[in-house]
Design a protein. Structure first.
Lengths: 226, 226, 226, 226, 226, 226
């Protein structure tokens, strides 16, 4: 079973939005995984074949325990019964304690689509009579990570100590970031721009660099850890 | 220095609103304190003298490391420069890491007054040139606890294991809860009614009983503890 | 025509979330109905056949004027044109003044699915040229009831006087609540846990037990009734 | 005892913001009052002496059971202990069930000042040991009415049937509305402009004209009245 | 390329909700267009054939540079991959800088459906590898206009100077507004009622009549223009 | 009369939070001013005398048309009638069209104190009978700038082109930023850290660096400028 699983609508989303945190966890010995929902085949640059290799490299750099591919159609990720059953089956197979999903405010339809899809899948995964293979599994916490929209985070994670590994993991997606600038997120300046974001959250958390997460419901915590 | 300090506008507010959590922390070896802001002299029942003794009993039951009295006027707790300097001096003296304060949505003017007062005091306590005795001190986290309004909590704390101690700590305030029912909060049914509240938050946190807290800004957390 | 109609994604949802209010209304002579959207066939315990009988018993206990079954697939309740036409046809047939629907914040996909579905159906029911049988009907008010998420209610209803009837109506769903605890909502402790919730809202409304409802838009009211 | 009391920072505020509702209630036999907090002596037009007579006329037109003047300084209405004690004493004297106060979002400092002041006074009025003359009194409901800011109402009241009386009550404040236009609210077009507002809320409530109110906490209601 | 494009779920929605602003822009020489998403064939009055002619008249009155019809099914406008591809192709063809869409809070399912559909289409239109004809196009700004729900606008536009043209454009939809009153929006009083709304927003913007728009994300502006 | 006036609780707040925008406006020929509310005498570093000279240098670098000092007590800036009259008199004297004020969510009591103070002063400045010298003046727009809290901006301003001037203006406050790091905002890294913030907002506005502002009410805009 995984400690943390991060859903990535496209192959590089998890590295960009939650990579520092995932690396910190992996370095601390936690079992961390990324599930890519699509192969990113609609992306302007790169091919699915090349991206598979890039993902493998990034996984190695990050120290992931698991990396999977759900094979949904890029650009059409949404909450359907069929996709939810596939996602639920994967949740049952890898059994994550914490699930990290894209934010519903993201502009990209695959991002908010993945958010909505994850809600149905999390429910199905725990339902004994769902037509989903494997043993029922209940995810303990769901956290939302930041894509391309401003969010109102409830949690910040200090990622200063993993800056270099994080940059390397992103740049492993060479087909996306070594070529021409296609958009605000597909650009050779990706690390510099996302580091500015981490610097912003760091300012608010009184550390140098931080990643931001949002929990939609109150989190049960151990007060001694605060 | 204290690990946690809870501000109580009146002598029994901390026990009622955050008592279970404070007890859990004390039992785990943390240094926990309560600062009463007033003597509750406007309360229909009890006298300041009697309430001092009740507070001492409750402190013992809860295992507090410190209990103080700021001596503001009951019914007139608000954000003034003078009160803020007194509160800041106490913060410097007891040096809490986590500060727990009443919620700004509470109906009682002393509760939202205490909330606003605490913001100024927290700032003054860390300012080197403030006219406040003692060494500057920066509180790491501020959490809001629930009084008599519905809140939107960010954190829940499981308090099932300390139900009996918690009830005893509240009932130590005998002048308030052994007599006639004066209001929704000054009533012999206080434990039963506040336990319903804990049962409600428990339902949402998937435990039996929980206390709810709200953080106004994103909390820097160790992801391994989630 | 019904005065109130409550939509239940699964056979026991209305009793659990809005039962006290529905009973109060029925006892006051109002015509009250429940429409089950699915047979709850994905539930771990109980069979559709058994549950039909349990529903009949609960209806009798509550004093319902009408109870119906829409026959959607459990676990797949969502906003589709087809389901909306079926629901709209039922709305035209039973013609409720007040419609009570699940909350969009509920975790269960069938609950937020039912919420979204109800918006389309309410619209279709009033449209003369919709391909829906029966005479057009306009619902006057839509209220949301609480499922398994924290809500921000606009209305509270005192349900102290119907506690026993309410408990009996829930426990009529014997297949769900007489067996093992399956989840936080499918458990023999259901009445105790939901009563804690009513106690919480009661604390805020200054009564013993209350049910909470949310209106998404401003309610036209008779000021004399306030 | 009054059924409804409306707080007016300046002599004509209640008529403009909540007049239709107050008239409807008075016509239905309810005891309705207005408490002016200041004499409006900072207003560009009119003198306190003239305005007293205008207020008396408006009261007659509206059918008020009571109209009072608290005598605070125009332009300096805020939450102070002294003003709160005076307001609390009046609340104890007239004993309203429903209290209607200005909205905290209003631009005018006297309006949001009155809102904050009312919270302290409502609390003091019910406190047995407060240094306030008269018997303790608990207000049952507090509603906010609209001044010069956009609000998010929870309640709408149909005021189509009292349009003429309402216009007459406003225009009784002749010193304000018969002269030159001083501002958006002190203008001969006052009725026309506020009627547009009522038309807007009417559109949302599916009536011709409505006044809007906001409740800050969930309202305990009789479901039969919905 | 168009400067502004407004999406209308039904033929007259743009005129009613954003007409004044569109007319102001057209009169100032901007290229303004309306895209009708459906023919309004479910409307109680009028036929698609008649409405085509009415639309042409309204376009002439408003001074539109372009008016199109997407041909989706009235009553079934929602976010589907197929509809999004068609809308994206139109966005590529007419290449608007500012896109104005219905509000997600509107009661009418076609309105919030159009909102959700537009998010996917805006994304597809800019994606090089989307299966959409034409050159990729990025919309610069998306604004939401008001339908039948209360909104919280971020922008107001003064429309006093175009009142007569605006009324004429609405009344060009003769089949809807010259007959019997069908609903709050299909009524001969449409201009009077929507003018009340403009009067309301005008009150808040300190002009006579204004239309209200909401931007979901922060707008990049030239500070000199403020 | 000034086009823009920015209120700075302490001498360097305007440069840090809104400097880029103020510089852009000054370079475009607008008349821009800064009003310091206090001399920053509670700051750990620097003396009021030294800071006067630093302010003069920064004003020159930014191209300000006016820079003033209100002389309130550092650490005690709050909404009092006396301070409001002084601020109102200055508003009447310099007559700004746009007023930029600190954000109410800022942690520093002088920041949210300045926000609340400005609301009263803006009102007094326009009131003919206020006991304030000078001719009445109405501010057209009030914008909030970011201090040390996360905000939800409505407007972004591109400040890439003035990066060097902006850095020079901040560093002119040598006593604050050339010495030891005192806090997150009093640190030699100030430019680097605030540039990260601008980079964050830039990411959201699709430019390199942006400053963020919040308007509390809908802004009347010229649609042609969008």
């Amino acid at each position: 079973p995984l400690d943390w699983l991060c859903l990535a609508p496209h192959p590089d989303d998890a590295e960009i939005g939650a990579g520092g945190t995932l690396i910190r966890l992996a370095q601390a010995g936690k079992k961390v995984g990324i599930l890519e929902l699509s192969r990113g085949e609609k992306g302007t640059q790169g091919t699915p074949e090349v991206r598979v290799q890039e993902c493998a490299r990034a996984a190695q750099i990050m120290g992931l325990s698991w990396r999977g591919q759900l094979g949904l159609v890029d650009g059409e990720i949404m909450d359907t019964a069929k996709a939810a059953h596939r996602l639920a089956a994967t949740l049952r197979a890898v059994r994550p304690t914490v699930l990290v999903v894209p934010h519903f405010k993201d502009r990209h339809p695959d991002h908010f689509g993945a958010y909505h899809l994850s809600k149905r899948a999390v429910h199905l995964a725990q339902l004994q009579k769902a037509y989903v293979g494997g043993e029922p599994h209940r995810v303990s916490r769901v956290l939302l990570y930041q894509g391309n929209a401003d969010i109102t985070p409830t949690l910040l994670v200090d990622v200063e100590g993993v800056q270099e590994v994080w940059a390397a993991a992103i740049l492993a997606h060479e087909s996306q970031f070594a070529g021409a600038a296609i958009s605000e997120t597909v650009t050779p300046e990706i690390v510099e721009r996302r580091r500015a974001r981490q610097g912003y959250w760091g300012t608010l958390g009184r550390v140098r660099y931080a990643e931001a997460f949002e929990a939609e419901t109150a989190l049960l915590v151990d007060p001694e850890a605060l």
